[in-house]
Design a protein around this ligand. Structure first.
Ligand code: HDD
Length: 726
């Protein structure tokens, strides 16, 4: 049923996009060279005798090896590691009063999209679970051309001006002398840079928070970061911030878990996205907008053009205006995901830029990077990058040109071609830039309105729940603990003290060095050129908002267990009822159950039924699941209890604050764990939801409580007590 739906979506997408697909299906076909010659022997090269040297004449060998030698293209300088999917976007109601963008005005239109999620720092083959920002790039194939919303899963950025981007990226990438560490910010050069870049303070709070460790791409928010403009048909402009709100809520894994996943399954997020789409559980997000009328530009305590600031949702609510559904996996990773080329400058009429200096620099960078990465100026002809509307212009030639332009005329104006292709009037959809008034001197300078670097960092920290604050402190202690240069640690404590004294004190405690008493702000144009770095107090502003609920993940959606992965720890002799009643209940609620046993293939239940096994303890790991259940059955329980890997599985699940359930007859397994002595004395044979541990002798009652517990995602309260005083 779901497959049929997926198939029809696939056909619909293909039809709507009407791309010349260039796909091939090799089934039933004979092998050929790239030039169509049928190949008779692809197993042996052409030799001078059976034991002789290979002949230069062997054009088939040479063609194959040459192609292979050229199979790699440069990876993206940032966001190299990513995964993509196709889908559709639909606006709920016409937004025509704010924007003339067609795809936001017609609720009946389904706009095809391609989305690529990514990490930033790691190489193409690096782990998905690095502590990092996640890219969230969406290409809308609209009827007015492609619109790319090239965002991240965090609403602010490290730097205020694009001229610092190469420095930021050099600092976070592996260090140049020894190419270490891979996909990690926990090293000297990154923190050295940050410690002298006060403008990064707010973003650092986000990157050290659990937002940097998403449970799934499907469970993270997305943000366009910059303030953009909407422009309506009357030419009236408003400022807009774009948001993506995941319908499954925003959830993260624990840092210890993330590091383990990186070893057990470095493709964890890629696999999760792929599996969800293959199984018909299509990931969904709502598109949100925060709209600020032009006349309110200076109403805020921060500058709308400063990409290190967000607009708190308390000040401007997020209106949810449409839905994105990812419903089709790519057919070919390289052709689609790897060759997809996004650009913040791909806009449609009705969407325009602001003077955010980070955005302005990005407008140059994206085309430039594709020229080197995709080998020339014709990357827009690669199927994944083509618009669904025809392209007509006088651009010609270049490496790998695919289009065969007819005729003599490749210039305009022209008379020989009757003036075509002709410029489009605004009424015909021709793009006209918003005529923002500019009257200024040319300067290399930053507006004073950009010099508050700490108030929103503080707002973020203050908005976190206690477990989130603890995680943030642990993350900073971990990262700075990996820094060798003591002066970098000290400077960072100085920066942290400007955000929040108790935060700095908690990290200083872990590092066992004092917080510097009189930290200086570095003189690097992050403060006014005529400012006194020693007078840092004058750059510490108190925002009027002290907390914002939207910044914490604690209050996120915790309904349902769709696509959650649950491990059943079993062995021969399992009680079939205790297994199947709970499995059926979880599966009916949309979860994915996997049976784990000492050996693969199947287990035999107490009543002699064969039950398929998904993984042995060798290939399964607790960190790859959301929750774990131990069914009953005397022999199964005895085997699981004596299986060190199974006990480790439960211990890890407890440590990572996951929901755990056991049939009451499997209590001896729970008693073999390290956490059994942490449970209340009267624990046996009851359900204890508060701790996320469910024990019951009635599988139906157990399943009901277990589902509620899994939906909570995590029981962070299990962790150590808070690290900073209230
Ligand atoms: Fe960028 C890729 C997001 C600042 C230069 N960026 C890239 C991707 C995302 C972002 C999601 C991957 C797209 C894909 O999946 O192919 N970048 C951002 C956000 C930023 C940002 C949200 C700040 C708000 N980026 C930024 C700056 C510059 C760049 C300031 C340069 C001045 N970004 C690039 C790039 C990349 C890129 C070098 C590498 C690969 C690519 O473009 O296609 O041009």
């Amino acid at each position: 049923m779901e497959k049929d739906k997926e198939q029809s979506n696939k056909e619909e997408n293909d039809k709507t996009r009407s791309l010349a697909q260039h796909t091939t299906d090799d089934s039933g076909q004979l092998l050929t060279t790239n030039h169509g010659l049928r190949i008779n022997d692809d197993q042996n090269s052409l030799k001078a005798g059976e034991r002789g040297a290979t002949l230069l004449e062997d054009f088939i060998l040479r063609e194959k090896i040459t192609h292979f030698d050229h199979e790699r293209i440069p990876e993206r300088i940032v966001h190299a590691r990513g995964s993509g999917a196709h889908g559709v976007f639909k606006v709920y109601e016409s937004m025509a009063s704010l924007t003339k963008a067609n795809f936001l005005s017609d609720p009946s239109a389904e706009t095809p999209v391609f989305v690529r999620f990514s990490t930033v720092a790691g190489s193409r083959g690096s782990t998905d679970l690095a502590r990092d920002v996640r890219g969230f790039a969406v290409k809308f194939y609209t009827q007015e051309g492609n619109f790319d919303l090239v965002g991240n899963n965090m609403p602010v950025f490290f730097i205020q001006d694009a001229i610092k981007f190469p420095d930021l990226v050099h600092a976070v990438k592996p260090e140049p002398d020894n190419e270490m560490p891979q996909a990690a910010s926990a090293h000297d050069t990154f923190w050295d840079f940050i410690s002298v870049m006060p403008e990064a303070a707010h973003m650092i709070m986000w990157v050290m928070s659990d937002r940097a460790l998403p449970r799934s791409y499907r469970m993270m928010e997305g943000f366009g970061v910059h303030t953009f403009r909407f422009v309506n048909a009357e030419g009236v402009s408003s400022f807009v911030k774009f948001h993506w709100k995941p319908l499954l809520g925003v959830h993260a894994v624990a840092w210890d878990e993330a590091q383990n996943i990186s070893g057990k399954d470095p493709d964890f997020h890629r696999r999760d996205l792929w599996d969800a789409i293959e199984s018909g559980s299509f990931p969904e997000w709502e598109l949100g907008v925060q709209v600020v009328p032009e006349e309110d530009e200076f109403k805020f305590e921060f500058d709308l053009l400063d990409p290190t600031k967000l607009i708190p949702e308390e000040l401007v609510p997020v209106q949810r205006i449409g839905k994105l559904t990812l419903n089709r996996n790519p057919d070919n990773f390289f052709a689609e995901t790897e060759q997809s080329a996004f650009h913040v400058g791909h806009v449609v009429p009705g969407i325009d830029f602001t003077n955010d200096p980070l955005l302005q620099g990005r407008l140059f960078s994206y085309t430039d990077t594709q020229l080197i990465r995709l080998g020339g100026p014709n990357f827009h002809e690669i199927p994944i990058n083509r618009p669904v509307v025809p392209v007509h212009n006088n651009q010609r030639d270049g490496f790998m040109r695919q289009t065969i332009n007819r005729g003599k005329v490749s210039y305009g104006p022209n008379a020989l071609g009757n003036g075509y292709p002709a410029q489009a009037k605004a009424s015909e959809g021709g793009f006209t830039s918003y005529p923002e008034r500019v009257d200024a001197r040319k300067v290399r300078a930053r507006s004073k309105s950009f010099f508050d670097h700490f108030s929103q960092a503080r707002l973020f920290f203050n908005s976190q729940s206690d477990p989130e604050k603890n995680h943030l402190i642990d993350a900073l202690s971990f990262e700075l603990g990996k820094v060798n240069a003591v002066e970098v640690r000290e400077r960072m404590l100085g920066i942290l003290s400007m955000i929040d004294k108790s935060l700095a004190a908690a990290v200083a405690f872990a590092l066992r060095i004092p917080v510097p008493q009189d930290p200086e702000l570095p003189v690097n144009r992050s403060i006014p050129a005529d400012g006194d770095p020693a007078d840092f107090d004058s750059y510490i502003f108190e925002g009027s908002l002290t907390a914002s609920d939207a910044l914490s993940m604690a209050g996120t959606i915790k309904e349902g267990i769709q696509t959650r992965k649950i491990a059943f720890l079993t062995a021969d002799g399992v009680d079939e009822k205790s297994l199947s009643i709970v499995r059926d209940a979880l599966e009916s609620a949309g979860a994915v159950v996997e049976i784990i046993a000492p050996r693969l293939n199947f287990i035999v239940s107490g009543n002699d039924l064969q039950i398929p096994v998904h993984h042995s303890y060798l290939t399964a790991a607790s960190v790859l699941y959301d929750a774990v259940y131990v069914p009953g059955g005397t022999n199964s329980v005895a085997t699981v209890e004596s299986e060190a890997d199974a006990i480790h599985f439960l211990n890890e699940a407890f440590k990572h604050c996951k929901a755990i359930a056991a049939d009451a007859s499997a209590m001896q397994v729970i008693e073999a764990t390290y956490f059994s002595n942490k449970l209340p004395a009267d624990f046996t044979d009851q359900t204890v939801l508060k701790e996320g541990i469910v024990i019951n002798d009635d599988p139906e009652a157990l399943a009901d409580k277990f589902i509620l517990a899994i939906a909570q995602h995590r029981f962070w309260e299990r962790e150590k007590p808070r690290k900073i005083p209230a």
